[in-house]
Design a protein around this ligand. Structure first.
Ligand code: NAD
Ligand code: UDP
Length: 310
C-alpha cells in the first residue's frame, strides 16, 4: 500500500482518481483550494479511513507530514471559460504549483505525475497528434495562460528528472468528460447536455466543423493508473481517438436526451483549435492501455448524472 497525494482532488478527474486509488488500497491525501472544485465531489470517500483532505492552495508552500510514495499533480484551472476568467491563477498553478509539488516530491523521494494536456499542441497542424509533434502555440494568444503553464510544467518535470533524478510521469490528457463536471463548467459536453435537458438551443460555436475526440472518465482514470504503473518517464497521450465534429456531438446529445432543442450558432472563440485527436500508439504499446467506452455509452452515463441536477 502506498501513501499518495492528489492535488486538484475536489475537481472532476481528481475526485474520480482519489476514489480509484482508495479502491486499489492506497492511503490518499487530497488537496484542493476549491477554486473550481467542490468537496461534494468527495462525499463518497470524505469520511473513509485512508482518506484525508487538505484545503490548500498549491501555489503556496506545500507540506505533508510523513512519507509519500506518489505525488499526483492535477490542480489547475481546466475549462477555457475558467482560465480565460483567471489567467494569472492558471499560470500560477501550472508554474508555482508544479514547482512547489515537485519540491515536495523531491523531499519525499516520491514518484510524480503531471497532468499535462493536448493544449501543448495548440492549434495543431498535424492530425492526429503524436507525442513528438511540437505544437503550434501562440505564447501571447488568448489560451496561452493555460497552454504555456502546461508546457512550462513539462519542462520543470524534465529539469527535476535531470537535476535531481526524480521519477516522473507526464500524461497529455485529451478532452475528457463524465460525472462530476460542473454544470457551469463551460466545456462543451456539460453545456450541451444542460441545454438539451432544458429544451434550450445548443450553442455551437462557429460552424461546428471543428473537431474534438472525447474520452470517458473511467477510461482516463485507467490510463493514468496504467501510466503510474509503467516506467515511461516521457509524455504519453491519453485520450480517445474517436474524432467528432462539434456539430455531430450536438446532434448525438439532442438524440440521446430525446430533446426538442435546436442548434444555434455563436461566435467561435479566438484561436479555438480546428482539430484535435490523440495518436495513442505509444499508450497502447507502453501502457497496454486503450479506451473501452464508446461515445454514446459515455454520454448516456453522463446524461444520467446530469438529469437530476439541471
Ligand atoms: P477541474 O477544474 O474539475 O479540477 C481541477 C481542480 O484543481 C479543481 O478542484 C480546482 O479547485 C483545483 N485547483 C486549481 N487551482 C488550485 C490551486 N492553486 N491549489 C489547489 N487546488 C487548485 O478540472 P479537471 O478536468 O478535473 O482537470 C484535472 C487536471 O487534468 C488539470 O490539471 C487539467 O489541466 C488536466 N486536463 C484535463 C482535461 C479534461 O478534459 N478534463 C484535459 C486536459 C488536461
Ligand atoms: N463549444 C461549443 N459550444 C459550447 C462550448 C464549447 O461549440 O457551448 C466548442 C468550443 O468552441 C470547442 C469545442 O466545443 O471548439 C470544445 O470546447 P471545450 O471548451 O469543451 O474544450 P477545448 O477543447 O476547446 O479545450
Amino acid at each position: 500500500m502506498s501513501r499518495v497525494l492528489v492535488t486538484g482532488a475536489a475537481g472532476f478527474l481528481g475526485s474520480h482518481l482519489c476514489e480509484r486509488l482508495l479502491d486499489d488500497g492506497h492511503e490518499v491525501i487530497g488537496m484542493d483550494n476549491r477554486v473550481s472544485g467542490r468537496t461534494e465531489n468527495l462525499e463518497e470517500i470524505y469520511y473513509e479511513d485512508g482518506f484525508t483532505f487538505h484545503d490548500h492552495d498549491v501555489t503556496e508552500f506545500v507540506h505533508v507530514n510523513g512519507e509519500l510514495d506518489w505525488v499526483l499533480h492535477l490542480a489547475s484551472l481546466a475549462s477555457p471559460v475558467f482560465y480565460r476568467e483567471y489567467p494569472i491563477k492558471t499560470l500560477k498553478v501550472g508554474a508555482l504549483g508544479t514547482h512547489k509539488t515537485l519540491g515536495l516530491a523531491k523531499e519525499k523521494d516520491a514518484k510524480y505525475l503531471f497532468t499535462s494536456t493536448s493544449e501543448v499542441y495548440g492549434d495543431p497542424e498535424v492530425n492526429p497528434q503524436p507525442e513528438d509533434y511540437r505544437g503550434n502555440v501562440d505564447p501571447f494568444g488568448p489560451r496561452s495562460c493555460y497552454d504555456e503553464s502546461k508546457r512550462y510544467g513539462e519542462a520543470m518535470l524534465r529539469a527535476y528528472k535531470e537535476e535531481h533524478g526524480l521519477n516522473i510521469r507526464i500524461a497529455r490528457i485529451f478532452n475528457t468528460y463524465g460525472s462530476r463536471m460542473r454544470l457551469d463548467d463551460g466545456r462543451v459536453i456539460p453545456n450541451f447536455i444542460q441545454q438539451a435537458l432544458t429544451s434550450k438551443d445548443l450553442t455551437v460555436y462557429g460552424d461546428g466543423s471543428q473537431t474534438r475526440s472525447f474520452c470517458y472518465v473511467s477510461d482516463m482514470i485507467d490510463g493514468l493508473v496504467a501510466l503510474m504503473d509503467s516506467d515511461v518517464q516521457e509524455p504519453v497521450n491519453i485520450g480517445n481517438p474517436d474524432e467528432r465534429s462539434i456539430r455531430e456531438l450536438a446532434e448525438v446529445i439532442i438524440e440521446l436526451c430525446d430533446s426538442d432543442s435546436g442548434i444555434t450558432h455563436e461566435e467561435l472563440p479566438p484561436q479555438d483549435p480546428d482539430v484535435r485527436r490523440p495518436d495513442i500508439t505509444k499508450a497502447k504499446r507502453e501502457l497496454g492501455w486503450e479506451p473501452e467506452i464508446d461515445l454514446r455509452e459515455g454520454l448516456e452515463r453522463t446524461i444520467e448524472y446530469f438529469e437530476p441536477r439541471v
